[in-house]
Write a protein that binds this ligand. Sequence first.
Ligand code: HEM
Ligand SMILES: *[C@@H]1O[C@H](CO)[C@@H](O)[C@H](O)[C@H]1NC(C)=O
Ligand SMILES: *[C@@H]1O[C@H](CO)[C@@H](O)[C@H](O)[C@H]1NC(C)=O
Ligand SMILES: *[C@@H]1O[C@H](CO)[C@@H](O)[C@H](O)[C@H]1NC(C)=O
Length: 500
Amino acid sequence: MLWQLLVVLLLLWYFSKIWKIKTIITATRKLRNKYIAIPFLGHSYLFVGDNERHMNVFKMFSKEAMKNNYNMTSFWLGMDHYTVVVEPNLFELFSKECLEKTRFAKFARSLIGNGSIFAPVDIWRPKRKHLAPTFSTKNLNNFCNIFSQQSLILVERLQSTLTSDKFSMWPFITTYTMDSVCETVLGIQIHAQTDKEQPFLKALNEYLTVGSSRIFKPWLYIKAIYKLHPDSQILRRTKKTIWEFVSNIIEKKREDIKRTKSKEASSGVESTESFLDLLLESADGVKFTNHYLIEEMLVLLLAGTDTSAVGAGFTCVMLSKYPDVQMKVYEELTEVLGDDLRRPILHTDLPKLKYLHAVVKETLRLYPPVPIIGRAVEKDVLLPSSITIPQNTEVILSIWGMHHNPKLWGDDVESFIPERFLNGSVPSGAFAPFSVGPRNCLGYKYAMMSMVTAIATIIARFKILPAEETDNLKRPLRVKFSTMMKPVDDFEVRLEPRHL
Ligand code: HEM
Ligand SMILES: *[C@@H]1O[C@H](CO)[C@@H](O)[C@H](O)[C@H]1NC(C)=O
Ligand SMILES: *[C@@H]1O[C@H](CO)[C@@H](O)[C@H](O)[C@H]1NC(C)=O
Ligand SMILES: *[C@@H]1O[C@H](CO)[C@@H](O)[C@H](O)[C@H]1NC(C)=O
């Protein structure tokens, strides 16, 4: 009798699934793309291949969405339905209507718990209110000293590459951003640029490498299996190191604050306040538990490091391929910095580097470090075109797609033209590397300041040359999808000193 009951239950489950899939297919039939969906697998077969292939598939779907009359397309991964969006009005609408992150967010939660970036909406909302004020212009301006000091270390280290042929910028830039982010977030100097063996950094790198390898091994999605896998132990051990490290810093900070309070701010020396200081001293500061603070500090470390390193890296590569653009950046620097081209960049210099800002933005347009954002559609979304995107599906906001959409940018969409950002020809809402809506990036001004400072410091000393001298410099870069979008060659360039 039991097995009969089981068969009936199984059939019921099966039909309800089929029913759900049928309703979704009917609702989204106008968004179909040219690739065939296989029963049970959907379009997942397209993703078979390396991470360059993964990125190419996201591009293929984005292009299908551009061609579609409704500016969207839809695809299936297994039994899960995804809608791809490449148009500013829809982008804005979905970024407001769908605040919950996708199912993949749960992997990130194993390290940062309920840290704001991937937290469920009810936990995220109050956290965002606490964190947002710490990104005020006044605080960011103070950070500029840190960016320029760390940039000086960066160019010092880059001297060692002058004897070599082509090399990857990645290890240099990512340790620059790690040092700057650690100092601005936690108020400590971690010396990532000069000390490769730093235990916290080693643990963090190990955690991220091992943790992200799980995404492409579906059999490890099952918790019981993963627990037995050696990777789990590595994650547990490295997570402990990471959490203890941040926890100790927080404890020390609390004591420092108590001490200065009792002495009633005796010394007049004002040091730069880190995000941790700012949170602890805010109105709710005393209420925050260590657990809460560790999660938020890790969010800032993870959201701030590789993203801006990728943005700065792509900018260096584009400058290497467009010597005329690089020349203009250099000329602007000589105007703004005056006689002493090698002095540290000040926050008052930054707004004057208008052309360099346009160059960074045009790079982020063609090569957005975060090419797609996934959000869950929890309730039906009715669009102005009267199409309804059904609940229990997912939406992919394709930043890459919107930035490469000829309907918005015109026929020269693929050309690298920084001037677009200087003459008011950017279509409204079409440029969104930091996303839009209530859950957009909190660090966009911070990131621009950090990237512009580093690149200005580099260009003042070095000429960046392409890795290879070919006539095909203007061809689009080959990119891969590995948590972020990165070039296949990991930012290869050559450097030549500028003689002043
Ligand atoms: C070029 C560099 C960066 C890029 C391209 C970037 C991009 C993004 C994107 C696309 C999101 C997701 C938004 C969404 O789901 O709609 C995000 C979230 C976030 N970013 Fe950035 N980011 C960058 C640098 C930074 C930096 C330097 C920081 C901090 C120091 C930062 C802090 C955050 C935070 C806290 C969130 C979560 C916001 C929330 O959920 O409320 N980001 N970023
Ligand atoms: C598609 O996008 C273009 C460009 O933004 C817009 O003009 C057009 O109205 C959109 N179509 C629909 C059906 O929303
Ligand atoms: C997030 O918070 C909820 C509610 O406070 C809790 O049940 C859950 O275990 C937390 N998740 C993580 C990963 O810490
Ligand atoms: C702005 O500059 C771009 C690139 O040079 C050019 O194609 C466009 O026509 C210009 N637009 C305006 C409004 O001047």
